[in-house]
Design a protein around this ligand. Structure first.
Ligand code: DAH
Length: 346
């Protein structure tokens, strides 16, 4: 009797197939559930005679395994197809998730522009250390020992004494000129951008660090006319054709003669405004012919070679370009400020 039932259910199980999870669950409940057929048959099995138990026991176990295997196989197939169905649910036509690009810092924009202009004249780019010794920052540049000219720049000293004098944060990029000239022989034609430090109280108009670009050109027969033409070209490229320049005599220990260069105010075009304090002119850099003493200090024959140098503050150039009047904005890294220069070219 039990045997007949098992044969009949075996056929039913063999014939069963589904790809539907709900139907499979019905199958599981019907055969394998706690109140299912297999449970019933096992209960009935308890009542059969011991001889029958021996043969029937085996059949019964096989039957149970058959039901379990059937359930397992169908369940595996259904969940695998469910996974692919899930992955097909991605809507590939949805717009992608945007990611925000960073922006170039206004000082980086200006620095790149300056370098690009001088590249066209054959100037390469060189860099030097921000922690400098007295020799490279002062002495080699013709600042005499104890000379008040050293007070022109309020220095952050790091260490007293040392092989090449006191160690300090460089106060200007002119130190890189020295390093370049010490390392080789003319011709030199390079731009030296970098950060410099001065012991100043931080305000809208002064900061304890800022950025400069130094320029150096040394070769045979380099003249003040070369200096003027180079800087004139630079200004036309940077601020547009028609920008006027004027040179005022000045003093720097490392150049002789020395000058400061003004340009016609790029904001009011010379008419007079707040930026140029009504004068129509703004100063943008210092320059001059490299003092022969500096050439000699660096191992270069000043009878054979001459050169010019110049130095400008990048913040100043950016100020004239973008009218950023508060120097502190450059180092606060406020994204609301930085984002404004996203597409700026100058
Ligand atoms: N080093 C000067 C400064 O920091 C700027 C400067 C002036 C650099 C004249 C030069 C130069 O190379 O020739 O104020």
């Amino acid at each position: 009797m039990l045997q007949d039932q098992i044969t009949q259910y075996t056929e039913e199980i063999n014939a069963f197939s589904t790809s539907n999870a709900a139907e499979l669950e019905q199958f599981r409940i019907r055969f394998l559930g706690t109140k299912g057929i297999i449970k019933d048959i096992f209960d009935e099995f308890k009542a059969v005679s011991p001889e029958e138990k021996r043969t029937l026991g085996k059949v019964l176990n096989q039957f149970k395994q058959l039901a379990e295997a059937k359930y397992q196989t169908l369940n595996d197939t259904i969940s695998a197809s469910q996974d692919t169905a899930d992955s097909n649910q991605f809507d590939l036509t949805l717009p992608g998730e945007g990611f925000e690009l960073g922006t170039r810092h206004p000082l980086a924009i200006v620095r790149r522009e300056i370098i690009e202009i001088f590249n066209k004249l054959g100037f390469s780019v060189a860099e030097g250390p921000e922690i400098e010794d007295d020799w490279h920052n002062f002495s080699a540049l013709n600042f005499p020992e104890e000379h008040p000219a050293r007070d022109m720049q309020d220095t952050f000293f790091i260490k007293k004494g040392g092989e090449k004098g006191d160690i300090a944060l460089r106060t200007h990029t002119s130190s890189v000129q020295v390093r370049m000239m010490e390392a080789g022989q003319p011709p030199f034609r390079a731009l030296m951008p970098g950060r410099v430090y001065r012991n100043e109280a931080i305000s809208a108009r002064a900061h304890c660090f800022f950025h400069q670009v130094e320029g150096l050109y040394v070769d045979e027969k380099v003249s003040f006319a070369d200096l003027k033409q180079t800087l004139f070209y630079f200004v036309q490229e940077l601020y547009g054709e028609g920008t006027k320049v004027r040179f005022r005599p000045s003093y720097f220990p490392f150049t002789e003669p020395s000058a400061e260069m003004d340009i016609s105010c790029s904001i009011c075009k010379g008419a007079g405004c707040q930026m140029c304090k009504g004068s129509g002119w703004v100063e943008i850099l210092g320059c001059g012919m490299v003092d022969p003493n500096v050439l000699e200090n660096c191992g270069i024959d000043s009878k054979k070679y001459s050169g010019f140098a110049f130095g400008m503050g990048i913040e100043r150039i950016a100020n004239l370009k973008f009218e950023i009047k508060d120097l502190r904005l450059f180092s606060e890294n406020d994204v609301r400020f930085l984002k404004q220069y996203q597409s700026a070219t100058i």
